[in-house]
Design a protein around this ligand. Sequence first.
Ligand SMILES: CC(=O)SCCNC(=O)CCNC(=O)[C@H](O)C(C)(C)COP(=O)(O)OP(=O)(O)OC[C@H]1O[C@@H](n2cnc3c(N)ncnc32)[C@H](O)[C@@H]1OP(=O)(O)O
Length: 421
Amino acid sequence: MALDIRTVTTAEFPDWLRAKHTGFLRPQTSTEEEAERRLPYTDLSRTQGAFDGGRCVATFRSFAQELTVVGGAAVPADAVSNVTVSPTHRRRGLLNRMMATDLAAAKERGEVVATLIAAEYPIYGRYGFGPATWTTEWEIDVPRAGLDPRWSGPSEQDGGRIDLVSGADVRKLGPVLHERLRARQHGVIDRDARWWAVNTGEVQPGPGAPGSEAWAEPFYAVYSNAAGEVDGLTVYRADGSWGDSKQPLNRATVVSQIAVTPAAERALWHFVCSIDWITTVRSGHRAPDDLLPLLLPDPRAARIVTQADWLWVRLLDVVRALEARTYAVPGTLTLDVHDATGLTAGRYRLEGTPAGASCTPTTAGADLALDVRELGTLYLGDESPFRLAALGRIEELTPGAVATAEGMFRAGRRAWCPDVF
Ligand SMILES: CC(=O)SCCNC(=O)CCNC(=O)[C@H](O)C(C)(C)COP(=O)(O)OP(=O)(O)OC[C@H]1O[C@@H](n2cnc3c(N)ncnc32)[C@H](O)[C@@H]1OP(=O)(O)O
């Protein structure tokens, strides 16, 4: 019997949730209550299910997102999530079909890129997505780090201070701080009020959902600068490990940390690494060029425990995408973009400058040929055109064009997406 793929109705939503839990290897229970709780923030017109004899066997959902690009502008993105196919129906092309439907609809809506966080690396390149940001997690051996154990606040010279605050405080000050981060850090995605409610324990995600374990209130610490403005927020939890000889061996795990100035970044890391009893700090998922290791007198006390691709980007509108970002140095390039789906295939002339860019379709000869997947990888400045050319993934048609792309596309600080979705 042919498998029917369609957008899901309210009545089918509990079965869709059950199928999603199945695909993610969670207990395959879902309740009317869970469905009711999720419906207000689920756009059913963007929620696909595959049905076999009335039973949901595959899930796919997308939602509207904003992605900050190099230079600080945000582009409308089609955020893809909750992709599952039940083990009974895998490798029959269900993901192919759901992805094609979603990307075509996103392009029709005028979304500039599609984004996702890939469960496994090999899945999404075939659909034109490329890894565009990377993430690094460090573990700090605090006694070895060499920080002065006598103080944990910002220096007198800095003039700022650190205060512990409540979840309710974070729901007020967090969104303002995050908007400031969004305007300056490429790779950041928007957060809605629900994000802050869930991540401060005001709303429980419910059984079966990520983070559905019993809520444990974390510690929230904010850094305010000398003028009293909040420039940073760190959220951390600590465990209760003690050694046999009555020594504290506690580990602090940073759940999330955002800072909009280097002073805030410095002060918050120093604070977390100077809390009495804490001998190990897990940094959480940071940008690969986070200042953390170099803020320690002995950077070798920071051991990398995770280094992986994070946000994947798929361009849907090359002109608007390339015009939305800025370029490190002025340059002109004609790109021959290959796209098996036809969504973006074509030749584009890009004139980029540090202040902005123009991009127009052209029939002129190209300087570089590349797949849209590679353009997604280059888009946020977090990959080197030299490396992609060396790998044979960019073809240089005009001598020197790879060097021009290297100069234009790279950004000072690395891209960072602090969130998962
Ligand atoms: C953004 C997110 O939500 S990430 C979460 C992704 N979900 C998961 O990882 C949950 C567990 N896995 C699954 O549910 C499924 O295996 C899926 C969704 C990854 C793939 O669904 P399927 O319907 O089996 O994929 P489909 O049959 O359309 O395969 C399309 C192509 O991708 C390939 N492919 C699919 N999954 C994988 C994989 N995990 N690794 C490598 N290749 C894969 C298939 O081999 C096929 O290749 P081909 O066209 O060259 O033959």
